[in-house]
Design a protein around this ligand. Structure first.
Ligand code: IVH
Length: 736
């Protein structure tokens, strides 16, 4: 049987075309929902575009078969439940796409044809990067930001005002003058690579979720119910368009966007005006060259007719302006072969399958392995059981297409089934840990009732892989941060049996000769490798050994220096799931000493309802309480903690209450998103200054510190006549 989806449109019979249109409608709808509502695309943009192109081509060839639910009639997906709906007075449009230089020539030709009667006319265009983020529409009334919405399906979006207010690039009040009394500024919310990597690192350090790419992470960050979470993500915004307005910002696109900059928005520094295809394509090439150094994802260049008058005359087709086009960058792809699938065991025991590939260059980077996420992903299913890569599974020996878009980690986007070796078997994820042999299971997520997509080794500290990763975490920067003692030392000492647990680090001096030996051997080996690489031989072997002694003394001294770590670092260092640096600090502040934390931990671990026993603490939710229950309920952790505490003595967390501060004795409430500090930090600071921090506003409240996005608490404070100040005013008052 031939695969209908591969059959050229011209060869389709009417029945086949009908079947194809049904398949495409379903696939596009599923992809729209995954992309717009779940922020978790399952197919690449190129695949999505291919589906839409095929749908359009079949509809063109068989116009009487166009379905009532044709994907051609809609863009995107209706908004997800949860946020208030906003109907866009001027729809938020999508853009037609150009994939080749010819497509750009065609675009300009269409323009010339459209305006041919107007002989004096000189068509001009703007060219600017197409930012790979989420579009948002920001309504300014009399220069004040009053409401912000997502694009949604183009006609109706979601009201995410509170979250947008946390974005520093979005001014609360327009600067300058001459803005229309009402205008919707439109542009792209995005996340930089640096922010994305930092978030990933923070999450990995606390055993939290994995983030796939900056765009989806930005989308997820904008959909947060708690604006403080959005604020912590440091999203950015570029203004490039506008919706409903009482007055055109300027006569041309270019000038309008320059005005946005005067009004306080960030605009792309790579926007230019151009007149010919050659100029447009030259700018496309320039942007493409700079793409990898921008620090954020872009996926093409947008060309727009410059003169607004001509934009209006040229007009729209369904969902798209005729006067603009997105010239997409080709996704960087390469073909290679999967030689094996390795399993890496993480600190929290997650088994991460990694494909080992024949080295292949994708966009200037040599790729030798790619993550395969989990067993469902390998089998061609996403976490909801829906197909990815059209349901094709990945097998050892398979020829695969690797894609690298921007800074996003490379991924396998397709499997060339025709090249699959005879006898290649579906991959079976091990159900025991490849390192320690303990059962590796898929937990049921208590909240969702769904099976976790990742398998986890149940061996915990008896698992060498988990043990070594736990140790690396223990000495890492946010944790004990022992100077000169990092992941490499851990690998070395662990492999030589010199350090098995965190407590062993502090008894290393007792094994000094063996440590000395291990370090010397390591240096020898490194020197040999260097020599082999350079072809030179060493002249003075002794000096290397002399340096070893000195290095070892320093290392042991650095360890001694950390015998009394700060409590927050110590708690974070324990590597309890879901307890990152911030939560570690909240716990330290709440319980004051490690003994008290252990006491509470044991109490909740043996309680029938841990939640009712655990004190109500701002910033500590159910997930953390359950993680504490798991940790303190495990006897092995008990023993390890006792051994560790016989070596190190975390300092009690001292809250310096200063009775003479201006806020001493006052009851303070924080609301809205804070820019300079987290809520828990704000609370700790106020408490240090002798204030009492309350969670809600009442007649007893003295001061409400209100950040952007403040809602009901602000209203109550105003009603009760409570003094309301901004975060900046708070800092002024407390003299920070
Ligand atoms: S203009 C009327 N300019 O691309 C034209 N869009 O495919 C409206 N996008 O939903 C869009 N960078 O999210 C425009 N410089 C740019 C853009 C841009 C990214 C996104 C935007 C839009 C999508 C359309």
């Amino acid at each position: 049987m031939t695969d209908l989806s591969q059959k050229p449109v011209d060869d389709l019979t009417s029945d086949e075309a009908e079947a194809e249109l049904a398949r495409l409608a379903k696939a596009i709808a599923a992809a729209d929902i995954a992309y717009h509502q779940k922020d978790a695309p399952e197919i690449t943009d190129a695949e999505y575009d291919a589906l839409r192109r095929r749908n359009d081509a079949i509809e063109l060839a068989f116009p009487d078969l166009v379905r009532a639910d044709s994907p051609g009639l809609s863009v995107g997906a209706p908004p997800a439940e949860g946020f208030a709906k906003v109907r866009h007075a001027v729809p938020m449009l999508s853009l037609a796409k150009a994939y080749t230089d010819e497509d750009v020539v065609d675009f300009l030709e269409r323009g010339k044809r459209f305006f041919q009667k107007d002989e004096d006319l000189e068509l001009a265009f703007t060219a600017e990067p197409k930012i790979d983020g989420l579009s948002a529409s920001l309504l300014y009334e009399n220069g004040v930001f009053v409401r912000g919405a997502t694009r949604g399906d183009g006609a109706v979006g979601e009201d995410i005002t509170a979250n947008l207010r946390t974005i520093k690039d979005i001014p609360e009040k327009l600067a300058g003058s001459g803005w229309p009394s009402s205008i919707e500024i439109r542009g792209e919310v995005y996340m930089t690579y640096a922010e994305f990597q930092a978030l990933k690192a923070r999450s990995a350090a606390s055993g939290g979720q994995d983030y796939v790419n900056p765009r989806n992470t930005a989308a997820g960050s904008l959909r947060q119910k708690d604006a403080a979470v959005t604020a912590s993500r440091n999203l950015k915004f570029f203004a490039y368009a506008w919706g409903a307005t009482t007055q055109d910002p300027a006569p041309t696109q270019f000038e309008a966007v320059q005005k946005f900059a005067e009004w306080g928005f960030k605009i792309s520094p790579l926007m230019v005006r151009a007149k010919s295809v050659d100029e447009l394509i030259a700018h496309y090439k320039l942007i493409e060259e700079q793409r990898s150094s921008l620090g954020y994802d872009i996926d093409g260049v947008v060309y727009k007719v410059d003169q607004l008058e001509l934009q209006r005359r040229w007009g729209f087709v369904t969902g798209e302006p005729r006067w603009a086009i997105a010239h997409k960058f080709p996704a960087e792809q390469a073909t290679t072969v999967v030689r094996g699938i390795d399993i890496q065991v993480g600190r929290t025991g997650t088994l991460a399958p990694v494909a080992r590939l024949d080295p292949v260059s994708v966009g200037g980077v040599t790729v030798v392995n790619v993550t395969l996420h989990n067993e469902d992903y390998i089998a061609g299913k996403d976490s909801n059981g829906l197909p990815i890569r059209e349901g094709k599974d990945i097998r050892i020996g398979d020829t695969v297409i690797i894609q690298r878009a921007g800074d996003v980690i490379p991924q396998i986007v397709d499997v060339v089934i025709d090249k699959r070796p005879a006898g290649a078997q579906p991959y079976r994820m091990p159900d025991t840990c490849p390192v320690c042999g303990s059962p590796a299971t898929r937990e049921i997520n208590e909240k969702t009732g769904k099976e976790d997509s990742r398998r986890r080794c149940t061996g915990e500290l008896i698992c060498p892989a988990q043990a070594v990763e736990t140790l690396k975490h223990f000495v890492s920067r946010g944790a004990l941060d022992i100077e000169g003692f990092g992941a490499e030392n851990i690998e070395l000492f662990f492999s030589k049996g010199l350090v098995k647990t965190a407590a062993d680090i502090f008894t290393l001096h007792e094994r000094r000769p063996a440590v000395q030996q291990a370090l010397a051997e390591k240096r020898e080996e490194q020197a040999r490798i260097r020599e082999a690489a350079s072809g030179r031989t060493r002249k003075n072997v002794r000096s290397v050994e002399d340096r070893n002694y000195e290095g070892l003394d320093k290392l042991l001294a650095a360890i001694e220096a950390r015998r009394e770590p700060e409590l927050d670092r110590f708690i974070f260092a324990l590597g309890i799931r879901h307890i990152g640096e911030t939560t570690g600090a909240v716990l330290a502040r709440t319980f004051g000493t490690v003994e008290e934390l252990i006491r509470i931990g044991k109490e909740i671990a043996s309680a029938e309802d841990p939640h009712s026993v655990f004190p109500s603490v701002d910033g500590i939710g159910g997930t953390v309480i359950e993680a504490l229950v798991d940790f303190f309920g495990n006897e092995r952790n008990d023993a390890a903690l006792n051994a560790l505490l016989s070596q190190v003595h975390p300092k009690p967390y001292i809250v310096n209450v200063s009775a003479d501060s201006v806020v001493a004795g006052k009851t303070v409430v924080f609301t809205g998103s804070l820019e300079k500090m987290s809520r828990s930090e704000a609370k700790a600071m106020a408490e240090r200054l002798g204030a009492k921090v309350a969670g809600s506003v009442s007649a007893k409240t003295d001061i409400l510190v209100a950040g952007p996005g403040a809602g009901s608490k602000l209203k109550s404070a105003e009603a009760l006549g409570v003094e309301v100040i901004t975060e900046a005013e708070w800092f002024e008052r407390v003299g920070k």
